[in-house]
Design a protein around this ligand. Structure first.
Ligand code: FES
Length: 99
């Protein structure tokens, strides 16, 4: 005989899972988010492509295949690309020589 989980506990567990999966990451890397469902490309893969030298949607499309089928992921890919380029340029500014 199995006991049923109370409805309140089920709702609480569901809320916790939603928060864990969709909360923005503030410490380290959060869970991967699928950006391109046609090709199964995540935001982490796009950020890695930028670190490897991609600087445009064309570059990311060429290296990962993102936005090469239905194209619905193009706008989000561009946003992640732009964000990654800004992050990378901020990191580079930390290395200016002090004279
Ligand atoms: S979701 Fe990326 S090409 Fe379709």
């Amino acid at each position: 005989m199995t006991e049923k989980t109370p409805l309140g506990a089920q709702i609480l567990l569901t809320i916790i899972l939603i928060i864990i999966n969709f909360a923005p990451s503030t410490i380290g890397n959060g869970p991967d988010m699928y950006v391109c469902l046609c090709k199964g490309i995540t935001d982490t893969q796009i950020r890695a492509a930028v670190e490897d030298g991609a600087s445009s949607l064309r570059d990311v499309r060429k290296s990962l295949g993102v936005a090469s089928q239905c194209g619905k992921c193009g706008i989000l890919t561009r946003e992640i690309l732009r964000e990654s380029l800004v992050d990378n340029s901020d990191e580079q500014q930390l290395f200016y020589a002090v004279s």
